[in-house]
Design a protein around this ligand. Structure first.
Ligand code: SIN
Length: 279
């Protein structure tokens, strides 16, 4: 007898989904996954045996695929970005708190990261809940932030002048295409949950609109420290076949770089999102 799909909250952010094979998700299971994704912000799956086609097939059920301009892709699959760190490589992709694509005017909904090769120890990913972080601010801070918008950019990360691609063994390209800038409300109304969510991140946010970088820094630094607090976060340990599917608009993530001398290979498929509005 097949068991019902199970959604088990991991605490501050995310939920583990049990009793589902992502090769074969029926409509009722899909509905359960959609509500769980809106509620928890990240879904974690274990022991999935997915071919690249099946990975893309499951992703397409959530929306159109975003083809990453900057990341190397899996051979023969331009829609699958390869997130890899080799044993002799010092830096990794995503080794700090961030959310992907906030530099786009229409930021991607989220990404499905599937583990193909993981170190025996280390290489975990941290996730943080940006709606919970909003909730735990004071009413005065919430009111101030609700009047602000922030400027985001890809130029200082993916542009040719940064040296980031060299540090990643040339795994990034198209630095000339790093021309995206976007302005989003600092508190967005989350498109799925309807909850107010803090939408700034240290990787891509430059400043508050109409403020200088210097004026913005103290308040941005306060918000970055606040979002990343342990009570807003969760640490996921990968195994081969684990998948995390995160919502870029509700969460942050951080790929911990603590496994030098070992290989870690992940496939990432990103799904297009929608323009973000304020409260
Ligand atoms: C990323 O930031 O997309 C990579 C996350 C990870 O490798 O755990």
């Amino acid at each position: 007898m097949t068991q019902d799909i199970q959604i088990i909250s991991t605490g501050a952010v995310g939920a583990v989904v049990a009793n589902v094979d992502l090769n074969d998700v029926n409509d009722s299971q899909m509905q359960t996954l959609q509500s769980a994704f809106a509620e928890h912000g990240v879904l974690f799956f274990r022991d999935q045996n997915l071919s690249p086609e099946a990975h893309l097939g499951f992703a397409r059920r959530w929306g159109e695929i975003n083809v990453n301009r900057f990341f190397a892709h899996v051979d023969g699959y331009p829609e699958i970005a390869e997130v890899a760190k080799e044993p002799d490589q010092e830096f990794n992709i995503g080794g700090n708190w961030h959310t992907d694509h906030s530099y786009d005017q229409i930021p991607a909904l989220g990404s499905m990261l599937l583990a193909h090769e993981v170190p025996a120890v280390g290489g975990d990913t941290l996730f943080a809940n940006c709606s919970k972080a909003y909730d735990s601010l004071s009413d005065g801070m919430k009111a101030t932030l609700s009047t602000l918008r922030a400027v985001h950019s890809s130029r200082h990360v993916f542009g040719n002048a940064t040296g980031y691609s060299d540090a990643l063994n040339g795994r990034l390209g198209n630095g000339d295409d790093a021309t995206q800038d976007a302005v989003h409300p600092v508190i967005v109304k989350h498109p799925l949950s309807g909850l107010p969510t803090l939408y700034v991140n240290a990787a891509f946010t430059l400043r508050f609109e109409g403020w200088t970088d210097q004026e913005s820094k103290p308040l941005l630094d306060y918000l970055y420290a606040h979002i990343g607090r342990p009570e807003h976060s969760y640490r996921f340990q990968w195994g081969k076949g684990s998948m995390a599917f995160w919502d870029n608009r509700a969460t942050w993530h951080w790929a911990i770089n603590d496994y030098h001398g070992h290989r870690r290979l992940m496939h990432r498929v990103t799904i297009e999102g929608e323009a973000l509005g304020g409260l």
